[in-house]
Design a protein around this ligand. Structure first.
Ligand code: PMP
Length: 398
């Protein structure tokens, strides 16, 4: 008998489990389209030039590693605010945004969830159906009841927008709604600017609490274009949460660089909110690590490096779009009869391919092509060397 005798084995994380299976696969042609990571055309995880340049400068004048403030590097937090809300925006100028450095986008969501549990303990949380796997688990573990709002329409291959609005209109006041700011994960379907206006109107009319998850800023249409949705929420006079991740946009996955911003009514309120966010951080991990935040702050704070980052991010964005087109063309050439052009109407890293679980299992077992059972494929892992093989494999299972 031990303290842990009754401890049950937890299920494996579906995506990380897929990675393990991929690593063990001996098929020389295997392709991993499971995990949401951007690879370059050589199938390599990029180390961005802007990151290398910033690190070189940092290494030429090494500094001692004291504790950071609880809310992180000041220059970093300011850079996040400027990126999310706009450097010259009213919320930044008036000081009514409370921003903290976080351990990745996940950390930003978690700090927000724990804070919300204190201020709105009985609220329900709505996430999209489907959503990033961790949204449900994270808000459930923070103590919330989590439900979904309608989002994906499999038949239409797009967003069930009427259902989405109906879900919002049926929600009780105070309900926390987790929204994908851009590049919806897992479907790849975003709503239009005009539809955002309707969502915002519903959120406002019903008194819901928006929590925007911005894990892919710059992977959709551009940094400012993807951030425009934030401006819409500001213009509507709402207060809301935004989590930020630099995992993908800086290819800094393992450095765990992210943030949480809370737009408050005024500067005084932002000060009180910030003090509470700091309590959440202090009692979880005390203060964030230095390196990733310092790199991002150095890049965003230096005009030349910032321009280089924008160029490198644009290259990633453009390459993904090119791969979408190649996938559509390649599937046609491989003999797939059904119209697959919907893949180019999707945006960001992922494509909901519409393939069934059986088809995804066959892709994996017979061809070593790994996507999730839901049919999600990471388009950002396709390249000029593996695309033909993937297209032929898909053609054989559909
Ligand atoms: N939100 C969404 C929608 C994501 O796809 C991800 C990353 N897969 C995250 C948040 C978390 O990002 P991070 O790795 O920076 O914690």
């Amino acid at each position: 008998m031990s303290l842990f005798t009754a401890v049950e084995m937890a299920p494996r994380d579906p995506i990380l489990g897929l990675n393990e299976q991929f690593a063990a696969d001996t098929n020389p042609n295997k392709v991993n389209l499971g995990v949401g990571v951007y690879f370059d055309d050589n199938g390599k995880l990029p180390l961005l030039q802007c990151v290398q340049a910033a690190e070189k400068t940092m290494m030429s004048a090494p500094t001692a590693r004291g504790y950071l403030p609880i809310d992180g590097i000041v220059a970093y937090d300011n850079a996040v605010k400027a990126l999310v809300f706009g450097a010259d925006s009213e919320p930044v100028a008036s000081g009514r945004v409370a921003t903290v450095q976080a351990i990745g986008g996940t950390g930003g969501l978690k700090i927000g969830a724990d804070f919300l549990k204190k201020v709105s303990p009985n609220a329900k949380v709505l996430i999209s159906d489907p959503s990033w796997e961790n949204h449900r688990a994270l808000f459930t573990n923070a103590g919330f009841e989590v439900d979904t709002y309608a989002y994906y329409d499999a038949e239409k291959r797009g967003v069930n927008f009427e259902g989405f609005l109906a879900s919002l209109n049926a929600a009780a006041a105070g309900t926390i709604v987790v929204l994908h700011a851009c590049c919806h994960n897992p479907t790849g379907y975003d709503i239009t600017a005009a539809q955002w206006d309707q969502v915002i109107a519903a959120v406002k009319a019903k008194g819901l609490t928006p929590f925007l998850d911005m894990a892919y800023q710059g992977f959709g249409h551009g940094i400012a274009e993807d951030g425009a949705v934030i401006g819409k929420f500001v213009a509507a006079g709402l207060t809301f949460f935004v989590s930020t991740s630099f995992s993908k946009s800086f290819s800094l996955y393992g450095e765990r660089v992210g943030g949480l911003s809370v737009l408050c009514k005024d500067k005084e309120e932002a000060g009180r909110v910030l003090s509470q966010l700091k309590i959440v951080i202090r009692t979880n991990y005390s203060n964030p690590p230095i390196h990733g935040g310092a790199v991002v702050a150095a890049v965003l704070g230096n005009p030349e490096l910032r321009a280089l980052w924008e160029k490198e991010l644009a290259e990633m964005r453009v390459r993904i779009k090119a791969m979408r087109q190649k996938l559509v063309d390649g599937l046609k050439a491989a003999g797939v009869k059904q119209d697959m052009s919907f893949i180019t109407t999707q945006i960001g890293m992922f494509s909901y391919s519409g393939l069934s679980k059986d088809q995804m299992v066959r892709l994996r077992n017979e061809f070593g092509v790994y996507g999730t059972d839901t049919g999600r494929m990471c388009v950002a892992a396709l390249n000029s060397k593996n695309i033909d093989y993937v297209c032929q494999a898909i053609a054989k299972v559909v």
